[in-house]
Design a protein around this ligand. Structure first.
Ligand SMILES: NC(=O)c1ccc[n+]([C@@H]2O[C@H](COP(=O)([O-])OP(=O)(O)OC[C@H]3O[C@@H](n4cnc5c(N)ncnc54)[C@H](O)[C@@H]3O)[C@@H](O)[C@H]2O)c1
Length: 276
């Protein structure tokens, strides 16, 4: 029996990186998983790993920013596992440029994936959560505790040059977190945020042999950190190293545990003690 046995967890962007590590951690602790990713292959790999470990999982492949996506994700959780207990809004990517090179399209895309999509998924979960809370209160006097963990960034907390649009999206998510914590307290849902510093994924790969890019929805985006930046971040980090996706998943797990049932509306910085 894991610590999350009997719970159903939804994790977006779980085909790679931090999202995959979160999905595997929650599954290893006994949760049933509904995962999402834009890309079918990586989503299928995450699913296969969970099933190989004896866990139960379903995948909803697609763009979290599509208007149809939230209802599909919630419906899959209810039909496959009977409900929703944990929602982790993790999917995202970077599209970095200085302000004068930031287009309206780029601004809108960063806000859409980092703020609008989490808002819509949480809004789509409301009907189930409200009804479940009502039924559970009638049956046992109190709803079971449910958990939302939104994934932000130190850029959203402190800002970062060339990340105007990304940081705005990640900062908006802090407002979503704090407001929904106040709104959903009555349903016994805790709503918290984890803001990551440097975590080693494809977004932060070292640029030791030239530029790198990733493809998101058929378009290339520059990623990676040059060696001088990596050294500057390391020197400003108390623990003196970047985090692994498993380190990142551990911080999210804290907010999924019963020990955090009286913690809501909070932002946890998971950055190895990086100074801003
Ligand atoms: N890596 C870091 O240092 C770092 C730091 C701060 C915050 N973050 C945040 O953590 C989250 C995960 O990032 P990561 O480093 O694991 O990146 P990653 O690229 O390794 O993984 C992100 C996954 O999300 C998916 N994805 C991207 N856009 C999507 C969309 N519109 N719909 C559905 N899926 C989508 C990608 O296909 C990918 O599989 C992101 O929100 C990112 O902004 C990362």
């Amino acid at each position: 029996m894991g610590r999350l046995s009997g719970k159903t967890a939804l994790v977006t962007g779980a085909g790679r990186g931090i999202g995959r590590a979160i999905a595997l951690k929650l599954a290893a602790e006994g949760a049933d998983l509904v995962i999402n990713d834009l890309d079918e292959g990586p989503a299928a790999e995450t699913l296969a790993i969970i099933e190989g470990l004896g866990g139960a999982a379903r995948a909803v492949v697609g763009d979290v920013a599509d208007t149809e996506f939230p209802d599909l994700m919630i419906a899959e959780a209810i039909s496959a596992f009977g409900g929703v207990d944990i929602i982790v809004n993790n999917a995202g990517y970077i599209w970095n440029t200085t302000i004068q090179n930031t287009s309206d399209e780029q601004w809108a895309a960063m806000l859409a994936v980092h703020a609008t999509a989490p808002f819509r998924l949480l809004r789509a979960a409301t009907a189930f959560i409200r009804e479940a809370a009502r039924t559970e209160t009638a049956q046992r006097g109190r709803p079971r505790t449910r958990k939302v963990v939104n994934i932000s960034s130190v850029s959203g907390l402190h800002g970062a040059a060339t990340q105007i649009a990304y940081a705005a999206g990640k900062a908006a998510l802090l407002g979503v977190t704090k407001s929904l914590a106040k709104e959903w307290g009555r349903y016994n849902v805790t709503v918290n945020c984890v803001a990551f510093g440097h975590i080693e994924t494809r977004l932060t790969q070292p640029l030791d042999d030239g530029p790198r890019s990733i493809e998101v929805m058929g378009r290339d985006f520059k990623v990676g950190l040059d060696l001088a930046t990596l050294e500057r971040i390391r020197a400003a980090t108390a623990l003196g190293r970047p985090g692994s996706p498993e380190d990142a998943a551990g911080a999210v797990f804290l907010f999924c545990l019963p020990e955090s049932d009286f913690v809501t509306g909070q932002v946890l910085e998971c950055s190895g003690g990086a100074s801003s």
